[in-house]
Design a protein around this ligand. Sequence first.
Ligand code: C2O
Ligand code: CU
Length: 489
Amino acid sequence: LASIAMLALVASALTACGVSTSPVAEQPFENELAIPPLAHSTVDDGVRTFHLSAQEGMTRFPGASAPTETWGFNGAFLGPTLRAQRGEKVAIEIDNELPEPTSVHWHGMHLPAAMDGGPHQMIDAGEHWRPTWIIDQPAATLWYHPHPHGETEAHVYRGLAGMFILDDDASVAADLPHEYGIDDLPMIVQDRSFNRDGEFELQHDGAEPGMLGDTVMVNGTVGAVQQVTTERVRLRLLNGSTARTYTFAFPDRPMTMIAGDGGFLDAPLTLDELRLAPGERAEVVVDFAAGETVRMRSLKTDLGGIAVPGTTGANDAFDVVEFRVADELVPSPEPSWSPAAEADADALHEEDATVTRAFELEGREINGERMDMSRIDEIAYVGDTEVWEVTSTQPIPHSFHVHDVQFRILSIGGQAPPPELAGPKDTVYLMPNVQYRLLLRFEDYADPTMPYMYHCHMLRHEDEGMMGQFVVIERGQEGDVGMPEGHHH
Ligand code: C2O
Ligand code: CU
């Protein structure tokens, strides 16, 4: 009875706010998967420096009637893969060559709030920004994208996104496929729709969960084909879509998950399917047999028996990428790794938690408030371990993301998290009306006048206000908390 009532509630809520249901179009799989280039960098005085220029361009997508106006970093669409090692100091020289202000946020990165690239670090058109910080976290697949308040969905949708791979001693020594573009593949999975003129279509019709495109692409390639020359391939999967959730699966084999958002799991995990909400990442290793052709699909996302139309689109499943496997394969190691030397220091312990905060996501609000650039919502202290109890209190899911930290999921509705959600995370899909208890610790970088963000990573929800701001301070800095002059955009 309870579940029937729940379904009725879901159905009425969805009719009330409208649902995007554009099905994903079947595409011929005949286009070589684009691999974003590794960004060039120079090391000078111990600083590894990258250059990113946000720019306009034109991109030809199969299925679009004409070339599409797109945005990219150092190119027409998406951006190069940045890569750095734990302990390195990095600097990113960013030029905004777009006709409007944007920002560049380092999703998943532990760094000072003033370097975070959130809505308080806007780069005006024609201007330059040079954030710099020391990489101080485990090896992981992170990403970067704009974060201008109210415009994040549009800027990401036009094409501004890229991967940021971090290495450490453990990842370098691991027995894992690691040849970038050969057996270690970045996979930025996104959806788009095109209008009759071939331009990206981003409707604002009030539909939930936001814009669901009818064309799925990987690294900007529609109907992508990847040649496989090794027995195993590592996929660094990033859900870079603004609203769509994917459930990745192969028709006839499991995947071996090795890492989540913030780095390695404790041990390799065999999975038949892997759900990624907007903003989430995972690394999986897939076994291939000589001479075969096989496609990775996205299945209809299982929300624990609650059918939320529009969450994956109207269709139940669609193909994402095709792998064509060579007749002779280079052997690959059985995936394994040992914990990093810093693992004990990085570990979070529930018994250390001294603060509990509750966050309820509903409508476009968190705890009854929409984002206000001039309001600090939460104050946290350097060194404190906290528990955040986060719940979507309405019958739709959200994708909850916290800046600066990697958290651990302590429990989901009172149960231990499934093993794929047990590693370090920065983004978590919130099933409706289920409480997620997150364990996090704020370290370093006190700044009473520059906040970090927490928000829904369904970007229309974020843009419309489902975001809040927290500062991290030292004890005694309470009186200094506030917004800096000149940062109200
Ligand atoms: Cu990927 Cu605040 O964002
Ligand atoms: Cu949301």
